[in-house]
Design a protein around this ligand. Structure first.
Ligand SMILES: C=CC1=C(C)c2cc3[nH]c(cc4nc(cc5[nH]c(cc1n2)c(C)c5CCC(=O)O)C(CCC(=O)O)=C4C)c(C)c3C=C
Ligand SMILES: [Fe+2]
Ligand SMILES: [Fe+2]
Length: 332
């Protein structure tokens, strides 16, 4: 039975325009896994307060990062889409070099390419065994479980469902941690070590964690493993949470507030890494690299470095191969 891997990431607008951003946000923010406010109330807020305004505000930020990278990649279009497509190509090549002839495709939870179409295309080519691989090292119901829901939905009406496995998380995989550590060390070799290393993770509402989402624990454990690998003491690094959305409390400490406090408190130099993002995207290239740099400098800081996501690093691709290996048929 031939096996195919489908790498998954969040998704991105088709174009950096208000109407394409609106289509993307409608799809994304209508998913009950993403926003847990009771449906009728949330759909009123989404359609009345968010979709008429947010796309116009966010589209220029997308335009700014379109074709951009924080590493040497010649990005075309959305960085998230570009990196995910190339991660799939590189993983397929890596597996082939190891003697495993396995198709690797990619899909997005929201927007294009959609998972159902990708699986349909693979089935029409004769693939009957699938590994769906969400590129989120830390599990959250808001991201990984949303992908599990889509897989279940796709086969809801099938009598003869194919062989499917899913990767749940990989924050503890030693090669993933090593790849993060290598990227930090390479950065330090080029630029020197800043006073502080900030590990900024995408946030989620605090209430989700209180109700049992293990995301916070996964982030804390990622940070502990990375600090251990880098052999840095606790006062040198700090976990923070970015990308807050809406009025409710999200996981704290917040990235933006912490940088302002640090700048005002006399910290002059900061390195920022975002371990929850397997690819650079709006949230790293704009929010971290542009907006938060300005926050820190305005508050009195002088050196701010964003360490790029793992993107297409060879040790990242090797880590992804090690994670998926357990799910593949044949001798391990
Ligand atoms: C509304 C609530 C949101 C939750 C919960 C959330 C969780 C979450 N998201 C990512 C990864 C990404 N998010 C990205 C963009 C993005 N995220 C939200 C909202 C929530 N995310 C919004 C509204 C947006 C769009 C931009 C905006 O309007 O501010 C992206 C980047 C997409 C891109 O095109 O570049 C990623 C990646 C994780 C990992 C996560 C929970 C752990
Ligand atoms: Fe997000
Ligand atoms: Fe953001």
């Amino acid at each position: 039975m031939s096996t195919a891997i489908v790498l998954m990431n969040l998704g991105t607008p088709a174009q950096p325009t208000p109407s394409a951003v609106r289509d993307f946000l409608r799809d994304f923010l209508s998913d009950p896994r993403v926003v847990e406010i009771p449906r009728p109330l949330w759909l009123t807020i989404l359609n009345g307060l968010i979709l008429p305004f947010r796309p116009k505000r966010i589209a220029p930020a997308y335009a700014e990062i379109w074709n951009c990278s924080a590493d040497d990649a010649q990005v075309e279009g959305s960085p998230l889409l570009y990196y995910t497509r190339h991660q799939a190509q590189l993983l397929q090549k890596h597996l082939k070099d190891k003697g495993r002839d396995i198709a690797v495709e990619y899909a997005m939870t929201y927007g294009e390419p959609r998972l159902d179409k990708v699986i349909e295309g693979l089935r029409s080519k004769g693939y009957e065994s699938f590994v769906v691989f969400p590129l989120y090292p830390q599990y959250s119901a808001t991201t990984t479980a949303a992908i599990y829901d889509q897989v279940a939905q796709i086969f809801r009406k099938s009598r003869d469902i194919p062989d499917i496995s899913l990767v749940r998380d990989y924050y503890h995989n030693p090669l993933y941690i090593k790849s993060l550590a290598n990227s930090v060390r390479e950065h330090w070799q080029k630029h020197g070590q800043a006073e502080k290393l900030m590990l900024s993770f995408h946030g989620i509402p605090k209430a989700n964690v209180d109700k049992g989402d293990p995301y916070l624990r996964h982030c804390q454990e990622t940070a502990r493993l990375l600090a251990e690998e880098l052999q840095i003491s606790p006062e040198r690094w700090q976990v923070t949470f970015q990308s807050r959305f809406g009025k409710a409390e999200w996981l704290q400490p917040y990235t933006d507030k912490t940088l302002i406090e640090w700048g005002k408190g006399g910290i002059k130099s900061v390195d920022v890494i975002c371990p929850a993002f397997s690819a650079d995207c709006l949230e790293t290239l704009e929010e971290i690299s542009v907006e938060n740099r300005a926050n820190f400098i305005e508050a009195g800081g002088s050196e701010y470095h964003y360490i790029p996501a793992l993107n297409l690093r060879a040790d990242h691709i090797e880590a992804l191969a090690a994670v998926v290996e357990d799910k593949l048929p044949g001798p391990k």
